[in-house]
Unconditional design. Structure first.
Length: 394
């Protein structure tokens, strides 16, 4: 055995410098200081170009303490707008920008960050780079993002957002989480608006679609048309981000994990850990970072893999109702009428809505969502009940 292999290049190698990987690094620095950590990132910079937003009720008080220093904006409420009604909720809403997270990670002492470094393969104790070099560590974590798999049937939430500077001040004081008064095309479509300063907005055009293709130019035109309709004169586009997030319709958990339990330890989207209806990953990312930093002793690939596997299986079991609702949304509702499902949902009590996004629905909540006259044909809804059938047909 070579001296390099015996001593290792690090205690932990994190492959993928996105949200999940960077939160793990930050919490390890707090709870297991002194660990030699290498981040291997294929892109130009860790953290990319993103805005991660969440309801404050999505995370526990303990987890919120960890993300609070990273928050760039927080609002005391939020609003939704549909063709038949508008509603303001008092649920606090927050966002974290890539730049803030990146600066927090860069500030850590002794961290080895290797950007523009693609990998060829991952193993429980080593990472092989495309340049032929091999890095060794007792703990290898795969945080590279979502990878399609035959065990998961998906819909997609895709979006393009532009941070813009306006010619005059706007009057927005709260985030508009959904404005569904826009023309419905390519599935359920809405516009999302975050007021970042008196003259700055983040405007995103979002679709819940059957396919994952995203036409950047068409989305840009849609944002421009929306801004013009609101009377906003865009002086300059400061930044642009886009993404295609997975929406889980069905999953075979055992099949999904079958090939993962012997390799590097997956986390975040790579481990299927995201809110199944929105695709948002921040609440799960900070939960898993907490588990790894606090509970994984010794810090090895196997201890991390076991902890994440147990957490992922538990979450998958509790999210079956969400996947059923997603199947009804995507398979039992005509694409141009999907907005009716969300329009009905947002008439429900605020506490239920908060628990829905946090993944903590009660039995009573589930009954409340299903009772009454649904905007989904009963015959088509019943055809969506079997999750196993959905996997077989995918």
């Amino acid at each position: 055995m070579s001296a390099e292999k015996a001593s290792g290049d690090a205690d932990v190698i994190l492959v993928g410098g996105g949200l999940s990987g960077c939160l793990i690094v930050l919490l390890l620095a707090e709870y297991q200081p002194g660990k030699r950590v290498v981040i291997v990132e294929a892109g130009d910079r860790i953290c990319g170009n993103h805005t991660w937003s969440f309801h404050q009720t999505d995370v526990s008080k303990q987890d919120f303490r960890h993300v609070e220093p990273l928050i760039g904006h927080v609002w005391p409420g939020q609003r939704v707008i549909f063709p038949s009604f508008e509603r303001t909720l008092s649920t606090r809403y927050a966002s974290i920008a890539s730049k803030t997270l990146r600066e927090a990670v860069y500030a850590l002492q002794g961290l080895d960050i290797r950007e523009k470094t693609p990998v060829a393969s991952l193993h429980p104790s080593k990472v092989v780079l495309t340049n032929g070099k091999t890095l060794w560590a007792p703990c290898v974590i795969d945080a590279r993002g979502f990878e399609p798999h035959a065990a998961i049937k998906l819909g997609y939430q895709k979006f393009l957002g532009q941070e813009v500077e306006l010619a005059q001040a706007h009057s927005e004081t709260l985030p508009t989480i959904m404005d569904a008064r826009v023309a419905q095309r390519d599935g359920y479509r809405f516009v999302y608006v975050l007021p970042l300063s008196p003259s700055h907005l983040l405007i995103e055009d979002t679709r819940y679609s059957d396919g994952g293709d995203l036409d950047d130019s068409e989305f840009r035109d849609a944002i421009q048309a929306y801004a013009a309709k609101q009377g906003w004169v865009v002086r300059k586009v400061l930044r642009e981000e886009h993404g295609v997030l997975p929406v889980t319709l069905a999953v075979d958990v055992d099949l999904f994990w079958q090939e993962r339990i012997t390799g590097a330890a997956p986390v975040g989207l790579r481990a299927g850990l995201f809110q199944p209806t929105t695709g948002y990953s921040l609440p799960e990312a900070v939960r898993v970072a907490n588990i790894i930093a606090n509970d994984c002793h010794p810090l090895t690939t196997q201890t991390v893999l076991s902890a994440v596997y147990a957490h992922a299986r538990k979450r998958a079991r509790t999210q079956g109702f969400y996947r059923l609702l997603n199947r009804m949304l995507f398979q039992a509702t005509e694409p141009e009428e999907r907005y009716l499902v969300l329009q009905r949902f947002y008439r429900l009590p605020q506490g239920l809505i908060e628990r829905f996004y946090a993944g903590n629905l009660t039995t009573g909540d589930k009954l409340r969502i299903l009772v009454g006259k649904p905007p989904v044909p009963i015959r088509k809804a019943l055809a969506c009940v079997s999750e196993a059938r959905a996997i077989e047909e995918s």
